[in-house]
Design a protein. Structure first.
Length: 386
């Protein structure tokens, strides 16, 4: 035992230290010790040998005419090119020669992704008859969902097969119709309904009193099979939005499926477009759908870090409409948001999107306008189940 410990200590003592990265100070600054006290004033032009980086600081040796001193110096005061940044494991986010990134979706069989998803959805149905305007219906819902994605393997033609399922549910909503307000609060097992502030039901999903509502508990932990290629395109008509619909949790008014990666590497400022085509539920009437076409534009904002992982920050802006000359219905749909995508694996670490849908149509001498708004925020929650 003692001999083993001694050998280990000798190995540590004799192991070569990581090579310092030699750079220069580009602006006047100060060198600090670990307690934050100023070691010396530093003018631009002095060489600095950086050993490591912590946040916005670099630790190393400042070489001067009289010898030098060790300490911490602000990263912003150092002249760092791309090679120096790579050597110090700093994401390349600034400068004219920002290194481009080839975004590709890559998973290993058995790899698990967990997400916490917050969704807020609202709807208004307004009737205008002459000079009179009436709010016929108003709904608001907030939902917390746990999403699990498990990679099952990869096909011969390069498609990843995966299973998506929900494993958590928290729901709170309010529906006002015909001057009556119904509120609902629910989780995986329990549902409570109030009508105008009076409790009318408290029990489990599937009860006869809830016949008008989908039994959301049935969809928990029930996997939906999807296929995903390296450019993040899903097959089989599925994906996150479709998984919500399949589970009976209609996000409402959203045409954006999955963020499709461009064919070529991209750097900050680069953009690409994705065509949108599909149908959405018509908020002005039952059993109606509206066909829309448009496009979404994606723009790389920067290379940065999130959850201590190098990622690419991408903005999405989208719009779609229905040609009113083809129908009596006028529909306009928009979206905006941001994605943070892991550079090496192509998985989404964070996404936040807001969509809006406005549909107007004549109905029996009146004009109906339905408005929906949906905000979805997805946060990567690791790869280990509790």
């Amino acid at each position: 035992m003692k001999r083993t410990c001694l050998i280990a200590i000798l190995v540590l003592l004799t192991a070569p230290a990581p090579a310092a990265v030699k750079v220069f100070v580009k602006t006047d600054t100060k060198l600090y010790d670990k307690q934050g006290k100023v070691v010396r004033e530093v003018t631009a032009g002095f060489p600095f040998e950086a050993d490591k980086v912590s946040g916005k600081w670099a630790y190393g040796f400042l070489r001067t005419k009289g010898g030098g001193a060790r300490g911490w110096i602000p990263l912003a005061a150092l002249d760092l090119d791309d090679d120096a940044r790579r050597a110090l494991n700093i994401p390349i986010t600034t400068g004219k020669n920002v290194e481009p990134v080839l975004l590709r979706y890559r998973l290993e069989p058995g790899e698990l992704q967990l997400y916490d998803v917050d969704m807020a959805w609202s709807k208004e149905l307004i009737e205008k008859r002459g000079r009179s305007t009436t709010l016929r219906e108003a709904q608001t819902f907030k939902t917390e969902i746990g999403l699990r994605i498990l990679c099952k393997g990869r096909t011969d033609d390069g498609l990843y097969t995966a299973e998506m399922a929900f494993n958590k549910l928290r729901l709170a909503g309010e529906v006002t119709q015909n001057h009556v307000t119904v509120t609902v609060k629910a989780n995986e097992k329990h549902v409570a309904l109030h009508r105008d502030g009076v409790l009318v039901f408290s029990g489990t999903w599937g009860a006869p009193e809830l016949a008008a509502m989908p039994d959301l508990s049935k969809f928990l932990d029930v996997p939906v099979r999807v296929q995903i290629d390296e450019r993040n395109r899903t097959g089989g008509g599925s994906g996150f939005e479709a998984t919500l619909v399949e589970a009976g949790i209609e996000p409402g008014g959203s045409l954006v499926g999955d963020l499709v990666f461009p064919e070529d590497p991209v750097r900050p400022g680069d953009s690409w477009e994705q065509q949108l085509q599909g149908t959405v539920s018509d908020p002005t009437g039952e059993d109606r759908s509206v066909s829309l076409t448009g496009k979404a534009k994606y723009t790389v904002l920067e290379r940065t870090t999130y959850l201590k992982q190098p990622c690419v920050k991408i903005r999405v802006e989208g719009a779609s409409a229905q040609d009113e000359s083809l129908t009596d219905t006028r529909a306009v749909w928009t979206t905006e948001g941001v994605y943070l995508v892991h550079e090496a694996r192509g998985i989404t670490l964070y996404a936040s999107t807001t969509t809006s849908l406005t549909v107007t149509r004549p109905a029996g001498g009146a004009v109906l306008t339905g408005k929906e708004a949906t905000t979805i925020a997805m946060r990567y929650a690791g790869n280990k189940s509790e």
